[in-house]
Design a protein. Structure first.
Length: 467
């Protein structure tokens, strides 16, 4: 049985337990420290979160201290906080998932993930080679050094990694101690752009089409049959899916709706079959008319790819994203976590090295071309970069599971930038006009300490350095 959605305190602690366990497994972090840096807000009251984010008063948030039990042999984690108990378990290479009962049997058989990069270095991007001197690409060395120092100047802002590619060369790479180039970091919603990229790969192979509808059999008898694949990728499915993370919503306060944990984050916290949970939701708005930032759309996109690529076989699909995309661009450090049913939680639970994200960014910069192959079409590259104005109007420049800088989300960065964005200012910024990719990774609680303004200035200086 899943964690009850009408028990928001247990849902929040369950989610935090899972994130702390994932940090231990993928990044080697201490769970107690991970709780402070990455997920105490999940188990805190709405007022404490609001005070930290809006009022810059993190006192109540940082005072939470769960009791943590770890069973290293069984790879199980249990957290206790204010009379609430929560559990998480590792499921092999599929990562860590929330479970309501630590002894619950797995609902799928974990499989080993192949990590055999195929390019052998023969790609337009060889970030495993010697770091280029900034001057080689014409970049201003002094401005780059200023940007790098600013990014790491305040330790409490928790920037862990900064990688910059210019003209396909690695011109900046720095990590916060004790991390390095081999460290996997949480990526949060940047994973949504991985879902888009995988769709592009499948479309190029003739498996899916942006304009196809009748996506799922359960939708055949009602208005959901009109939802197109492009509506999913534009975050415009119109499904009734509760959340507080849209352009006009206060995500610093809302965690539950009338005592029910929000659907948007319950898919992470409930230990449910996330695909089934999303596909069962009824229609709320006509598809393509209302842009809302909801995790159902990328999760359903992965379900559609599973149906088309491997006839719905959950086990076989567990390796498909690696074989068809990540290994082909040597992003072999990436881990795409699943729920306890083997369904990818790609909308937010993915771990990767900064160089892995640099490769994904470079692939989009190169409009799908990599090592002499076209992994997705140039037409799909244009789709990702085109604002879905029909759904989002003037509120936000949103494309294919990516933000666009047409509305200057990041001041000082050119309008044509594509932004892979995740909580706590995780960023992979692709700037076609400057032949530039910037990756910044860090822990989410750094946003409490003025991180947004710092990173806006960092990105602005990097862009100025390569103009």
């Amino acid at each position: 049985m899943p964690v009850a959605q009408d028990d928001p305190m247990r849902c929040g602690l369950s989610w935090a337990t899972k994130v702390c366990a994932s940090g231990a497994v993928h990044t080697g972090r201490d769970p107690a420290r991970t709780f402070l840096e990455s997920c105490n807000w999940m188990a805190a009251s709405d007022d404490a979160v609001h005070a930290a984010i809006v009022d810059r008063d993190p006192g109540a948030l940082m005072s939470l201290r769960p009791e943590i039990e770890v069973d290293p042999d069984a790879e199980r984690w249990t957290f206790h906080l204010d009379g609430v108990t929560a559990h998480a378990r590792r499921f092999g290479d599929q990562g860590v998932a929330v479970v309501a009962d630590p002894d619950e049997e797995a609902r799928f058989a974990p499989v080993a993930v192949p990590r055999d990069g195929r390019s052998g270095g023969a790609t337009p991007l060889d970030v495993d080679g010697v770091t280029a001197e900034p001057g080689v690409t014409g970049a201003d060395v002094g401005l780059l050094a200023e940007a790098e120092e600013l990014a790491f100047a305040r330790r409490e802002q928790m920037t862990n990694a900064l990688v910059v590619l210019h003209r396909g060369e690695l011109i900046v790479e720095r990590y916060r101690d004790p991390f390095d180039a081999e460290t996997r970091f949480e990526s949060w919603s940047m994973g949504k752009t991985i879902a888009a990229t995988l769709f592009g790969v499948a479309e190029h192979a003739g498996l899916v089409d942006l304009d196809e509808s009748d996506l799922f059999g359960d939708w055949a008898a009602d208005d959901r049959r009109h939802v197109r694949a492009r509506d999913l990728l534009n975050m415009a499915s119109g499904l009734a899916f509760s959340g507080s993370y849209g352009a006009t919503e206060d995500h610093s306060r809302k965690r539950d709706d009338d005592g029910r944990f929000l659907d948007h984050i319950y898919v992470y916290a409930g230990g449910v079959d996330a695909h089934s949970f999303c596909v069962d939701k009824p229609a709320d708005d006509p598809p393509g008319t209302a842009g809302r930032y909801r995790n159902c759309d990328p999760i359903l996109t992965m379900g559609l790819l599973r149906e088309r690529a491997v006839d719905g076989d959950v086990q076989q699909f567990l390796t498909w994203p690696y074989e068809q995309l990540l290994n082909r661009i040597d992003a072999t450090g990436m881990v795409l976590e699943t729920d306890p049913f083997g369904q990818f939680l790609i909308s937010g639970h993915d771990y990767g090295r900064a160089r892995d994200w640099a490769r994904i960014g470079q692939l989009h910069l190169q409009r799908g071309a990599w090592g002499g192959e076209q992994l997705f079409s140039e037409e799909f590259a244009d789709f990702v970069r085109t604002p879905a104005r029909h759904a989002w109007g003037d509120r936000s420049a949103y494309g294919g599971f990516a933000y666009l800088n047409a509305d200057r989300i990041i001041p000082g960065v050119p309008d044509d930038a594509i932004i892979m964005s995740g909580g706590g200012r995780q960023r992979t910024v692709v700037v076609p006009s400057l032949d530039l990719v910037i990756v910044r990774l860090g822990h989410i609680n750094g946003q409490v300490f003025g991180l947004a303004d710092t990173l806006d200035e960092v990105f602005s200086r990097i862009c100025a350095a390569v103009r």
